[in-house]
Design a binder for this molecule. Structure first.
Ligand SMILES: [Cu+2]
Length: 147
């Protein structure tokens, strides 16, 4: 069920401007257990998991976690927001930063047995629930109550 995503697709994790990570993440749907992989040259980059404040200010001095292998798999084990930046000077400011929203999987939101409800109603129900929950989580993301 879990999906592996290479951050930035074939370009990977870079400050060279080929990837807008906000755009990249915007059309992904991350769920709990999904694993983004950061691939990069570790002579020039790293990955710092930071708070929302660290993300907004590009401050990597007190990261929640640091990854330096050059091919780092990060597990998104909880719902909510996760913030990653490159800790090298100027890289975050140049756009090497990404915030990942982890939303509930659709299957977790349809406890009603499908035999008691028509398929169309069931999918409409879980879709509206998912939208609602994702909307709340996205607001939490934007307000910075993530991890
Ligand atoms: Cu960098």
């Amino acid at each position: 069920m879990a999906t592996v995503y290479q951050v930035g697709d074939f370009v990977g994790w870079t400050n060279m401007g080929q990837v807008n990570y906000q755009d990249w993440v915007a059309n992904k749907n991350f769920h709990g257990g999904d694993t983004p992989i950061f691939n990069y040259n570790n002579q020039f980059h790293n990955v710092k998991k930071v708070t929302h404040q660290g993300f907004e200010s590009c401050n990597a001095t007190s990261p929640l976690a640091t990854y330096t292998n050059g091919s780092d798999t990060v597990t998104l084990e909880k719902l909510g927001c996760f913030y990653f930046i490159c800790g090298y000077p100027g890289h975050c400011q140049a756009g090497q930063k990404i915030d990942i929203l982890v939303a509930p999987a659709t299957s977790n939101l349809s406890p009603t047995p499908s035999s008691q409800i028509s398929p169309i109603s069931a999918s409409t129900l879980s879709f509206s629930n998912l939208s609602w929950v994702s909307g709340v989580l996205l607001t939490i993301c934007l307000l910075g109550f993530g991890y």
